[in-house]
Design a protein around this ligand. Structure first.
Ligand code: ADP
Length: 187
């Protein structure tokens, strides 16, 4: 039997390259079902594809974005997610589900993690509908091509994206990426 007064910690892992309003929505929503959220940047995820920001910069952005919320801590971790979750005493791992397209990958990951750690729970939250199309890879792509990403990220992230990719040809630029430009990258 669990102690109903013990603080419940949720672990929200990802690559957060960079953190978008979609990630923020999920982390803040998690506070409805947990007392504390650890947003954890995975070192390994960045190795499989071209990262826009080093892990330290991603962490800096996360910390600025959640500076107003003492119940959210931002860290990075290496190794297996379930090992890290156990070490931190997380009651569950939270992931965001944007659309059916996320489901298969998330289901596979959760089942594999459950095999390794049967007592860990995985919880999936949906973002606000207007954020359900948003992905970090799309934000990176639009920023790279000089489009405006103001509606998709918080000011600290916008500053870093502007420093990294420069300011786009602002007026009249809708920020739509080139056709096919984001294929294969769902982050
Ligand atoms: P990954 O390396 O798994 O792609 P991300 O940093 O892209 O990691 O995302 C971390 C988690 O946040 C994943 O569960 C992903 O589905 C979720 N997520 C990303 N963008 C959104 C969004 N716009 N709305 C809801 N969840 C999201």
């Amino acid at each position: 039997m669990t102690d109903s007064h013990a603080p419940r910690t949720a672990l929200y892992p990802g690559s957060f390259d960079p953190v978008t309003l979609g990630h923020e929505d999920i982390a803040r929503r998690t506070l409805k079902v947990a007392d504390r959220v650890i947003v954890a940047v995975a070192h390994s995820s960045s190795q499989s594809r071209e990262a826009a920001f080093p892990v330290e910069d991603r962490l800096d952005m996360l910390r600025e974005v959640f500076a107003d919320e003492p119940r959210i801590t931002c860290v990075s971790f290496e190794g297996l997610l379930v090992d890290y979750a156990r070490r931190e005493g997380a009651a569950f791992v939270v992931r965001g589900l944007r659309a059916v397209s996320d489901f298969e990958y998330e289901f596979q990951m959760a089942q594999m993690n459950r095999e390794m750690c049967p007592d860990m729970e995985f919880i999936f939250l949906m973002p606000d509908a207007h954020l359900s199309f948003l992905s970090a890879s799309l934000v990176r792509e639009v920023a790279r091509l000089g489009g405006s990403v103001d509606p998709f990220v918080s000011p600290p992230v916008l500053r870093r994206l502007t420093a990294r990719f420069g300011r786009g040809p602002a007026a009249g630029n809708t920020g739509a990426p080139a056709a096919g430009g984001t294929a294969g990258d769902t982050g």
